[in-house]
Write a protein that binds this ligand. Structure first.
Ligand SMILES: [Zn+2]
Length: 254
């Protein structure tokens, strides 16, 4: 892991975080993104390192095998959070190259860092389905799709054409769908975040508790599914039926 010289306390807690920023101007945004994670997880990991890169070369170097020109940030298996600075955030990323967008994106990516560092100390030991792995950071990052918005599905129909999830008949295939392109991916992530919110009734504690109580063993799919059922009293597929009813009522009422 690269050494980060600037170590600061970012949240309300006591843990110190290694940070590298292109400019001190970034600090309030980073602090806000970090605090959102602290609020969500109710605890802080040790040894978290967050780097906001100055330029594309630095991002490419630090992202290593995860490098992709279209992503805004990445968290490595070791829990290093690497995020693009304003200079290399592309304008067409739907407003992410604003301070607010940067805060949301950083909050999402730091969510992955917390996951790795706080839960198990390594991504490979924390198996969870993609919809949970991305749903939780998306919840923290407050990304732009809000499925409770009445007008949203109509807008999405125009954007997506061939795929629009029907809130009255959402299937597990819809939930597992990840299209290509930022907007389809953003919609999938938002669906997952909304489902997690629904399951945990607007408080993250049950989801976090479930994740943290899985025990020290390496997680497997069966362990995860067992813990899920124990926590929520149903499988994720069973819960989806209730979630579609909820989504439909939100769409009708608003
Ligand atoms: Zn993510």
């Amino acid at each position: 892991m690269p050494s980060v010289n600037n170590v600061q306390t970012l949240g309300d807690g006591q843990k110190r975080v290694g940070i590298e920023l292109p400019d001190s101007e970034y600090l309030p945004t980073l602090q806000a993104a970090y605090r959102r994670n602290l609020q969500f997880w109710q605890d802080e990991p040790t040894d978290l390192q967050i780097i906001v890169t100055e330029n594309e070369d630095r991002f490419r170097e630090l992202a290593g095998p995860y490098y992709d020109p279209i992503i805004a940030g990445v968290t490595t298996d070791a829990g290093l959070v690497v995020f693009r600075g304003m200079q290399s955030l592309r304008k067409e990323k739907g407003g992410i190259n604003t301070w607010e967008g940067l805060e949301n994106g950083l909050a999402h990516e730091i969510g992955h860092g917390y996951w790795v560092k706080l839960l198990r100390g390594g991504m490979e030991k924390t198996w969870a389905p993609l919809w949970v792995m991305e749903g939780i950071p998306t919840w923290i990052g407050k990304e732009r799709w809000n499925l409770a918005r009445k007008d949203l599905l109509a807008k999405l129909a125009k954007v997506y054409g061939e795929w629009t999830p029907d809130p009255q008949a959402l299937t597990w295939d819809d939930m597992s769908y990840i299209g290509s392109g930022n907007e389809k991916i953003a919609l999938s992530f938002s669906l997952w975040a909304e489902y997690l919110k629904y399951l945990t009734v607007e408080t993250p504690s049950t989801a976090i508790q479930m994740l943290r109580e899985l025990g020290p063993a390496e997680w497997t799919e069966a362990q995860f599914n067992g813990a899920f059922r124990e926590t929520f009293g149903k499988t994720a597929v069973e819960g989806l039926v209730e979630f579609t009813d909820y989504l439909s009522s939100m769409q009708t009422l608003r």
